[in-house]
Write a protein that binds this ligand. Structure first.
Ligand code: GLU
Length: 266
């Protein structure tokens, strides 16, 4: 498998897909997207790349099973996630099984990254999973935590996982081609091919654009910049690329965030 120049030595990758990538607004699965994602991860594994998948979608999958509530409280979303998470995992297990590999569920909270004992436990678990050719699928443990539900749609979680696992790359798949300096619907918006800690991105308009899930571009860029500080190469790219994961890893697509190693992971 040939990767783009910046990822020539790719051995460990964290891929994050938002709720808007794998589910529709009514909470149903976007099956072609899920199938494509599984196929890409299978190919990466076959090429010797370890992949941790960070997947949102639990809230959206679980929501139709609760009574409608236009003012969604945090606990309403937590309950929806509690319903949706096992269903989402069941779907992933089915699809990965059909392609001949197994997957596993990893639920973490931001507090887990702060505690060295919990971090070590998470790292040890995931290393065993990688060694056994299993694809770990990470989501926030929404019942006891709500940082991503409220703010980030797992962008920060993915960045922290990439740093913790010393991945070489973090790929965040979203509903636009990458980063624009203005809202992508604005005809004057300019596409940003490359970003880094040194660039001044604060003047960019990065409002929420996703009808499903939380986060928006701001949280993705923050997650990327944090990862680059630990030597990780980041890419934000579109869910409409075919293949969705392999294309931005092998071609110059999406917005690339170049690493500027200033921190050493503990
Ligand atoms: N953990 C949540 C989920 O899986 C995050 C996504 C959101 O904020 O909707 O649905």
């Amino acid at each position: 498998m040939l990767f783009r120049n910046e990822l020539k030595f790719l051995k460990r990758l964290v891929v994050k897909v938002g709720s808007n990538v794998i589910t529709n607004t009514d909470g149903s699965y976007d099956l072609p997207k899920l199938e494509g994602l599984v196929k890409d991860i299978y190919e990466l594994r076959s090429a010797g790349v370890e992949v941790l998948l960070v997947s949102s979608g639990a809230v959206n999958v679980g929501r139709p099973f609760l009574r409608q509530n236009p003012k969604e409280s945090i606990e309403y979303r937590q309950a929806a996630s509690s319903i949706g998470q096992p269903k989402l995992m069941q779907k992933y297990c089915e699809l990965f099984h059909a392609s001949g590999i197994s997957c596993s569920q990893v639920l973490l909270t931001h507090d887990d990254f702060k505690s060295s004992t919990r971090r070590v436990n998470a790292i040890n678990t995931i290393e065993v999973l990688f060694d056994n050719n299993i694809v770990p699928i990470l989501n926030e443990n929404d019942t006891v935590s709500y940082e991503e539900i409220a703010l980030g749609d797992n962008d920060q979680l993915a960045s922290k996982a990439a740093i913790m696992l010393k991945a070489q790359a973090l790929l965040i798949i979203t509903s636009t081609d990458g980063l624009y300096d203005k809202h992508p619907g604005n005809p004057e918006a300019k596409f940003i091919k490359e970003g880094s800690l040194g660039h001044n991105l604060s003047s960019f308009e990065m409002d929420q654009i996703d009808p499903v899930g939380t986060g928006g571009m701001q949280s993705k860029v923050e997650a990327m910049l944090e990862a680059t500080r630990y030597g990780i190469t980041g890419i934000i790219s579109s869910k409409d690329l075919v293949p969705m994961i392999l294309t931005p890893l092998s071609e110059e697509r999406g917005t690339l965030f170049t690493p500027s190693k200033t921190e050493v992971p503990s």
